[in-house]
Design a protein around this ligand. Structure first.
Ligand SMILES: [Zn+2]
Length: 324
């Protein structure tokens, strides 16, 4: 496979093809505080085994919250986490959540060769399937690292049996982003390509895409922005909102390195103590579900366990009913 041989021909999927546009998608990127890109100079991979691990406790806290609020979600989980904490993966599966892959060791795609990337997504999928006992269909790249330079990743994801990806943030950002990508779900390999990309949500203002929220944006901006953004995506695109966050974001007591840029400090540590309360508001203000159940296409034949028919008609009226 060569770069010359790859043609990116995104086919935007019409909204009318989605069966259940009335519930938003809740996703969690399961990694520890030391996997974050902004901290990679502070915590390199050789140090990980000697650091205090907090992902297990934090993810149980997230699972408790979802159990209490009766929310099913998609956990894009590192293969590394499955190796260390298999019981945690089994709990996700037992409680009806979807397990997706966040890669093996949080390497951004452009730091890997194609064969390394292939081995990474194959191994993480196998680890997660062996521990969780369910098929892994979804993939989220570390640091949203599918960009214009790494679009070849879609062919490999398809070859390795992934059905969808949620790895592109169509915004301008110093660490990631592809502002030219479609804002709606699309087939990156053309209308007949099997794999679907569900981009992270954006708001369009003055001809430019702005982050719709999740992660640091959700902590840094007032809660009212997130609520407005969810409604805006629901109403403007008539599509579910793809929310995301990380288990370390509910952990204000996590260890902090001595040296770090001011920008990274703000992004990583602001409002960690307010996160759970904000999540509770978000979970109660809107309906949430697993990515694979929220974005079901009419062509999908698989009947998913726990899939609920809301009885809402498709189209705008379904979203009107969701407004609070
Ligand atoms: Zn991540």
């Amino acid at each position: 496979m060569t770069d010359e041989g790859f043609r990116f021909q995104p086919f935007v999927i019409p909204q009318t093809e989605f069966q259940q546009p009335s519930v938003n998608a809740m996703s969690v990127d399961v990694e520890d505080y030391f996997h974050v890109e902004a901290l990679k100079d502070n915590y390199n991979i050789d140090m990980w085994s000697g650091l205090e691990h907090r992902v297990e406790k934090n993810t149980h806290q997230v699972l408790d919250l979802f159990s209490e609020t009766n929310v099913k979600a998609t956990f894009f989980t590192l293969g590394w986490v499955a190796q260390q904490y298999p019981a945690l993966i089994r709990r996700m599966a037992d409680e009806g959540h979807e397990i997706g892959s966040h890669g093996l060791e949080h390497k951004r795609i452009h730091t890997q060769s194609r064969s390394e990337f292939q081995a990474d997504i194959r191994k993480s999928k196998n680890l997660l399937e062996d521990t969780g006992g369910q098929a892994v269909k979804g993939y989220r790249a570390a640091t949203f690292s599918i960009t214009e330079e790494t679009l070849w990743a879609y062919e490999i994801l398809t070859d390795e049996g992934y059905a969808y990806s949620s790895s592109i943030y169509p915004v301008k950002h110093d660490l990631y982003g592809m502002p030219s990508a479609p804002r709606q779900p699309f087939r990156p390999l053309g209308p007949h390509g099997a794999l679907v990309e569900y981009p992270l949500p954006t708001i369009r203002i003055a001809g430019r895409n702005w982050p719709g929220g999740g992660g640091g944006y959700f902590r840094l901006l007032p809660y009212a922005y997130a609520k407005w953004a969810v409604r805006r995506v629901n109403n403007e695109l008539n599509l579910p909102f793809m929310f995301y966050f990380h288990p370390w974001e509910v952990d204000p007591d996590q260890p902090r390195p001595d040296t770090m840029s001011a920008k990274s400090q703000i992004r990583h540590y602001s409002n960690l103590d307010k996160m759970e309360q904000r999540l509770r508001r978000l979970l109660s203000d809107f309906s949430w579900g697993r990515v694979d159940q929220v974005f079901t296409l009419h062509g999908d034949t698989e009947v998913l366990p726990g899939k609920v028919d809301t009885g809402f008609p498709s189209g705008n009226t379904a979203m009107q009913k969701l407004r609070v």
